[in-house]
Design a protein around this ligand. Structure first.
Ligand SMILES: NC(=O)c1ccc[n+]([C@@H]2O[C@H](COP(=O)([O-])OP(=O)(O)OC[C@H]3O[C@@H](n4cnc5c(N)ncnc54)[C@H](OP(=O)(O)O)[C@@H]3O)[C@@H](O)[C@H]2O)c1
Length: 369
C-alpha cells in the first residue's frame, strides 16, 4: 500500500509550512512570519496554520485547533521554535504538550531572548522529541527583519535609490529630480507597503517635500516615517506631517544639536511629530533606539545622498535596491555614494528586474546565512 509518507518528505512538510508563513507578510510585525503543519504517524496532514496578524493566534495553535485529537502522536513541522512565554497569546509549547504531539521539527531557533532555546527545552523536558535545522536558511530569510532586530539590535536596513544611467541621484545638490518611470514608482510603493518604516534625511524633506506614504498598495499596519534631522530643519509645514494618521513621523535629532532649538521642537510636536533625541547623532544609535522603543524590524532608507553615504560608512546597510533609469544627468549631478565605495557587482544573491524602461538591481551587502 502506498501511503502519503511514501510521497511526502519532511522537507515537503517544511516547505508547506514556509509557504503558509508567507501568507502573513505585511501583517505580523513586530512578530515573525510563522507557518506550521501537523502530520499524523501515517503521513497525513491533519492540521496547518500560519500567524496571520500580530496579537492573533500563533501558527502552531491554529494548526493544533484544526487537527484536534488527530494531533496525538503526530509530528509538528514549524518554521520557528514554538514560543514558551506569555505574550499577547499563551505559550505554544504548553498546547503542543497537551495535544500529545510526539515530535517537533523546527526550522530554526527563535532569536528572541525570551525564547531562544527555552521552547525546545520545555518540549524535551515533557517527552517531546525535537529536531532543529530543517530548511533553516529559508526560514531565516523569510524573517530577516525579525532576526536582525533580535541579533543586531537594529532594524534590517534597505538602502533604496533611483539612479540616472551615469550614476547620479539628483541633477544638482538639493534639486528635486524625477528619474523613475511609473512602473518603478509602483514597485517602490509596493515595497513601502511591506516595511515597518521609511526614512529620509532632512535634505530630502527640504528638496522634495515628500508625503512618504504607500500609495496604490494595500498596507495593513501603520507606516512609521523617520527623518534624520539633527538641526531640526524640517519645517512644521512639511507635507509628511499632514500624514500622521497613516503612522508616526519620528524626527531624529541629537542632544548637542537640540540645545537652543526647543521652540522648533515644540512646533514640530504640535504638528504631531515625535522627536527622538540621540546622544551621538550617529545613525546606528538611532536605529538601535528605533528597534528597542518602536520595535522596528525593517527600515527603507530612501535618501538622499548624504544620509545614504553616512549609513553606508557606518556599515548599517543590509540590502541595496537601485532603480537604474535611462536618463543621463551629466556634469554637476550628485553622485550616488562616494566614488569607489560601492559596486553593484559585489552584492550577494543579486537580482535584476526590468520595470518599464528602468532596471531594478537588488542584493545583500553581507552574507545572510
Ligand atoms: N534619487 C534618489 O533616489 C533620491 C532619493 C531621495 C532624495 N534624492 C535627492 O537627494 C537630494 C537630497 O540629498 P541631500 O544629500 O541634500 O540630503 P539628505 O541625505 O536627504 O539629508 C541630509 C541631512 O541628513 C541629516 N543627517 C542626520 N543624521 C545624519 C548623519 N548621521 N549623517 C549625515 N547626515 C545626517 C543632515 O542634517 P543634520 O546635520 O542637520 O542632521 C544632512 O544635512 C535632493 O536633491 C533629493 O531630490 C534623491
Amino acid at each position: 500500500m502506498v501511503t502519503a509518507q511514501d510521497v511526502m518528505t519532511p522537507s515537503d512538510y517544511m516547505a508547506r509550512a514556509l509557504f503558509l508563513a508567507e501568507r502573513g507578510r505585511g501583517r505580523t510585525s513586530p512578530n515573525p512570519l510563522v507557518g506550521a503543519v501537523i502530520v499524523s504517524p501515517e503521513g497525513v496532514v491533519v492540521g496547518s496554520g500560519f500567524h496571520a496578524r500580530a496579537g492573533e493566534a500563533h501558527a502552531e495553535v491554529r494548526a493544533l485547533d484544526e487537527a484536534g485529537a488527530a494531533a496525538r502522536g503526530g509530528t509538528l513541522y514549524c518554521t520557528l521554535e514554538p514560543c514558551c512565554h506569555v505574550g499577547r497569546t499563551g505559550p505554544c509549547v504548553v498546547r503542543i504538550v497537551e495535544a500529545g504531539v510526539a515530535r517537533v521539527v523546527a526550522a530554526v531557533e527563535d532569536p528572541n531572548p525570551l525564547v531562544c532555546g527555552r521552547g525546545f527545552a520545555f518540549l524535551r523536558a515533557h517527552g517531546v522529541e525535537v529536531e532543529v535545522g530543517l530548511q533553516a536558511a529559508a526560514a531565516m530569510r523569510i524573517n530577516l527583519p525579525f532576526f536582525t532586530r533580535h541579533r543586531s539590535q537594529r532594524p534590517l536596513v534597505t538602502l533604496k535609490a533611483a539612479l540616472s544611467a551615469d550614476g547620479c541621484v539628483a541633477a544638482a545638490p538639493g534639486q528635486r529630480t524625477r528619474l523613475t518611470s511609473a512602473a518603478a514608482n509602483r514597485h517602490a510603493h509596493w515595497v513601502r507597503a511591506e516595511v515597518d518604516a521609511i526614512a529620509v534625511g532632512a535634505g530630502t524633506i527640504l528638496a522634495d517635500d515628500p508625503l512618504l506614504t504607500a500609495r496604490g498598495a494595500y498596507r495593513a499596519q501603520p507606516l512609521v516615517r523617520v527623518i534624520f534631522d539633527r538641526r531640526l530643519r524640517t519645517p512644521p509645514t512639511a507635507r509628511v506631517l499632514s500624514t500622521v494618521d497613516a503612522g508616526p513621523v519620528i524626527i531624529v535629532t541629537s542632544a548637542d544639536q537640540l540645545a537652543g532649538r526647543e521652540s522648533g521642537r515644540q512646533a514640530l510636536e504640535r504638528r504631531g511629530a515625535r522627536v527622538l533625541v540621540t546622544r551621538t547623532g550617529m545613525i546606528r544609535e538611532a536605529l538601535g533606539r528605533l528597534a528597542a522603543d518602536w520595535q522596528l524590524g525593517s527600515l527603507l532608507l530612501e535618501g538622499g545622498a548624504a544620509i545614504h553615504a553616512a549609513a553606508w560608512e557606518e556599515g548599517v546597510v543590509d540590502i541595496v535596491r537601485l532603480y537604474v533609469t535611462p536618463h543621463v544627468i551629466g556634469a554637476g549631478g550628485v553622485a550616488f555614494l562616494p566614488a569607489g565605495s560601492f559596486w553593484s557587482g559585489a552584492l550577494r544573491q543579486r537580482r535584476v528586474e526590468p520595470l518599464g524602461p528602468d532596471v531594478m538591481i537588488e542584493g545583500y551587502v553581507h552574507r545572510i546565512d
